[in-house]
Ligand binder design. Structure first.
Ligand code: ADP
Length: 494
C-alpha cells in the first residue's frame, strides 16, 4: 500500500461521517465503521443486504428519487433521511449521494452522511418550547411586548393589540417608543435603556411601576408596567408586561370621592348637632329672661312706680326681639334649603340704607367707632330689608370678632357697573383656608366663635345667599395690617 492508500484507508475508517457504497440494484457493498457504529450493526449484518431494509419505509421513495437524480448527474442539496438502526430506532442522517462511474460504467452510489438525530431532537424541543412560549404569550392576560437593544419590537401579543390598538403586523420590527410612550417620556426611556446597556443598572427593572401610556388614538392612560431583561446570544432583550389600569384608577377615584362625601356628611351631621344644641340654648336663654322680667313686672306693678315696671317690660321686649331674630334666621335657613328665599327688589338708596345700619349699630356697640364713607348716594335695585340684614350681620361680626380693636370702617364705592361695599375690622382676621368656608352653613372658625354661645355659624351663610339672589358677590380678605375686610359687590343695573 502506498502512502496515499494509507491516508484514504485512515479517512474511511476513522471519519465520524457515515460512508456507504450501494450498487445499482440497491445492495450494500461497503459501509465504514462510523456507519456501523451509528446504526448499531455489524458489517456481516448489512453487507449484501438491500439499502431499503435500513431506511424508514415512509421515506424510501424520497431516497429513491434522490438516488435516481444523482445517477442522472443531477446533484442536489443535502438529503435528510431517516435510517432504521438496530432495535428499530430511527436515526436521522443528513448528507448526499454521488454516483461512482468507472470507465463509463456505473458501479455504485457513494453516500456520505452525518448523524443529526441529536441536533434534530434539540431543534424539536426548542420548537415545542417556542410554540408553548408563543401560545403563553398570545394568551397571556397582560400585554406582553419584547424589544431588543435597539428598541425594536420583536414580540407583541394579542392583549397588547387590544390595549394599544395596533395589530402585531403594524408594530413588529418597528421602534417601540413612537407607538406607546407619550412624547414627553420618550427621552427618559431612551436614557434609561442606554444607561442599562452601559452599566447594567436598571432601577425600574423587575418591579411593577405605574406609568402613562398612549394608544393608537393618542389617548393617554395609566398602565402597570413590569420589565425584565434577558440576555440571548450576547444581545439583551427586554420583556414588558403591561396592563391598562385606567378603569381601576377611576374606581379608586370614585371610592375616594365617596369617602370624602361620607366625611363631609359626617362633618355636617356633627355641625348640625352642634347647631341644635346651640340653637336650643339660644332660644331658651332669652325666653327664660323674658319670662323672669314679665313675672317681675307683674309682681311689682302694684307697689313700684310705673317707671321701673316700664324698664322691666323694655328688657323683656328686647329679649323677645332677640328671640324673634333668631327664629327669623332659622326660618331663612329652611327657606334657602327649600329654594324659597326670594328677594323683592326695588330702587333703593343703598348709601343711606348702609348709613342707617351703621348709625343704629353705633348706638348698640359703644366699644368701637364705626365710621362710614361714601362719595355719592347710589340708587340700585335691591330688597331693602334683606340687604339691611346682610350689613347688620357684617357689622355685628366686625365688632364681635375684633374685641381688642376700637374701630370698624365701612365704605361704598362704584367701580364700573358694580357697587362695592366694604366692612373692615382690625380683629383676628380669617385664615385663608377658612375664607370660603365661613360662608358655609354652620361653619364657625375658631375657639373664639365656638366658645361664644351667640355664634351659630349661619349669618354669613344667609348673607351670601341674599347677595347671590341679587346677582352679586360676597367674599373676605385679610388686611395687611391685620383684621378682615368683607366685600359685598352688587350690580348697578339689576
Ligand atoms: P356666627 O358669627 O353667628 O358664628 P357667621 O356665619 O356670621 O356666624 O360667621 C361664621 C364664622 O366666621 C364665625 O363663627 C367666625 O368664626 C368667622 N367670622 C365671621 N366674621 C368674622 C370677622 N369679621 N373676623 C373674624 N372671623 C369672622
Amino acid at each position: 500500500m502506498n502512502l496515499t492508500d494509507v491516508y484514504f484507508k485512515d479517512l474511511f475508517e476513522n471519519t465520524s461521517d457515515l460512508i456507504q457504497y450501494v450498487s445499482l440494484e440497491g445492495e450494500i457493498e461497503m459501509v465504514n465503521p462510523a456507519w456501523l457504529l451509528n446504526l448499531g450493526y455489524a458489517l456481516e449484518e448489512v453487507k449484501g443486504k438491500s439499502i431499503y431494509e435500513f431506511i424508514d419505509p415512509a421515506e424510501a421513495d424520497t431516497y429513491k428519487t434522490y438516488r435516481d437524480a444523482c445517477i442522472n448527474h443531477q446533484n442536489r442539496d443535502d438529503l435528510e433521511i431517516t435510517f432504521i438502526a438496530k432495535g428499530m430506532i430511527p436515526v436521522i442522517l443528513e448528507g448526499h449521494l454521488r454516483p461512482f462511474f468507472h470507465e463509463n460504467k456505473f458501479l455504485h452510489t457513494r453516500g456520505v452522511f452525518r448523524n443529526i438525530t441529536v441536533k434534530k431532537e434539540k431543534e424539536k424541543l426548542q420548537q415545542e418550547h417556542l410554540l408553548k412560549f408563543s401560545q403563553f404569550l398570545e394568551n397571556a392576560p397582560d400585554a406582553v411586548v419584547i424589544i431588543d437593544e435597539q428598541q425594536i419590537i420583536v414580540e407583541w401579543n394579542l392583549k397588547a393589540s387590544e390595549i394599544f390598538g395596533y395589530s402585531r403586523k403594524e408594530v413588529i420590527n418597528q421602534q417601540l417608543a413612537a407607538f406607546i410612550i407619550p412624547i414627553e417620556y420618550r427621552e427618559a426611556h431612551h436614557r434609561g435603556l442606554r444607561h442599562f446597556l452601559a452599566t447594567g443598572e436598571g432601577p425600574v427593572l423587575n418591579k411593577t411601576i405605574e406609568v402613562p401610556a398612549i394608544d393608537k388614538s393618542n389617548r393617554e392612560f395609566p398602565i402597570n408596567l413590569n420589565i425584565s431583561s434577558v440576555k440571548l446570544q450576547d444581545q439583551w432583550f427586554f420583556i414588558a408586561f403591561m396592563n391598562d389600569i385606567s378603569e381601576k384608577k377611576k374606581n379608586e377615584q370614585i371610592l375616594r370621592q365617596k369617602d370624602l362625601e361620607l366625611e363631609k356628611t359626617k362633618l355636617e351631621d356633627a355641625q348640625k348637632m352642634d347647631f341644635l344644641t346651640i340653637a336650643s340654648h339660644e332660644l331658651k336663654t332669652p325666653l327664660t329672661s323674658m319670662k323672669a322680667y314679665v313675672q317681675l313686672a307683674l309682681r311689682e306693678i302694684e307697689t313700684r312706680p310705673t317707671e321701673q315696671v316700664i324698664n322691666l317690660l323694655r328688657k323683656a321686649d328686647s329679649f323677645s326681639d332677640k328671640l324673634n331674630k333668631l327664629i327669623l334666621n332659622l326660618l331663612d335657613i329652611s327657606k334657602i334649603q327649600s329654594g324659597k328665599l326670594r328677594v323683592e327688589k326695588q330702587p333703593t338708596d343703598i348709601t343711606s340704607l348702609v348709613r342707617d345700619v351703621v348709625n343704629s349699630s353705633q348706638l348698640l356697640y359703644t366699644s368701637h367707632i364705626i365710621s362710614f364713607r361714601s362719595d355719592k348716594d347710589y340708587i340700585i335695585n335691591i330688597d331693602r330689608s334683606r340687604i339691611e340684614q346682610v350689613f347688620v350681620n357684617l357689622i355685628n361680626n366686625a365688632v364681635k370678632y375684633s374685641p381688642k380693636a376700637d374701630k370698624v370702617e365701612i365704605e361704598i364705592k362704584q367701580k364700573q357697573d358694580f357697587i362695592y361695599i366694604s366692612v373692615k375690622d382690625y380683629g383676628t382676621g380669617i385664615e385663608s383656608i377658612n375664607q370660603t368656608k365661613v360662608f358655609e352653613k354652620f361653619y364657625r372658625v375658631d375657639e373664639l366663635s365656638k366658645n361664644d354661645t351667640q355664634s351659630l355659624g349661619i349669618g354669613l351663610y344667609i348673607s351670601s345667599e341674599i347677595v347671590k339672589q341679587h346677582g352679586g358677590k360676597i367674599w373676605v380678605e385679610n388686611n395687611n395690617s391685620g383684621g378682615a375686610t368683607f366685600f359685598v359687590v352688587l350690580p348697578v343695573n339689576v
